[in-house]
Design a protein around this ligand. Sequence first.
Ligand code: 5GP
Length: 188
Amino acid sequence: MKIYGQDEFTVLFSRMKILEQVEAIAKRIKTNFSNQSDGRPILLICVLNGAMYFFVELTKMLSDKDILIDTIGLSSYRNGVDSAQIITIVKKLDIDPRGYHVLVVEDIIDTGLTIQFLRNLLVEAGAASVQFCCLLDKRPRRMVQVDIQYVGFVMENDEFVVGYGLDYNGRYRNLPYIAALHPRMYKK
Ligand code: 5GP
């Protein structure tokens, strides 16, 4: 499929399929939420910008639950010297996570370095527990072992996806489905 007359996509997950998965995740969160005894609201954290669409849809499905929501913004780049991945915070949390059971909501987990960074950050900040939820679990490039409690879709192929919040150079976030960008578009 061609969009905006230039980039080529293959739709992987339709809007209907995404909504089904978000609903299934919301159900599981609700069940686990009910089993949790200390009665404190769970702090849900949206990792900006990619998880925005997923986060909004998911939290609306938890409208009967006592939750707090917050956002964090990260920037990630490769160190020119040793090629290590450097992750920095560009938008801090507004809520102090100390003592909260935290659920981090990510768009896609690829190498796993981002959520490893977030886990360390939240544990050091004194969160009571830290869990992860992602819409897409892209496994072929995983570099660190990570525990993800809620997964929408598993991707076995190393494809670059856009849509439903995910961008390519800032574009395509507003597509209502998730599509794989043709490698010709980003491999030079
Ligand atoms: P990780 O630290 O797990 O390697 O990377 C996670 C971040 O990389 C995601 O939050 C996302 O911003 C970006 N990312 C990884 N794979 C893709 C992809 O296929 N499409 C897009 N748009 N972003 C991706």
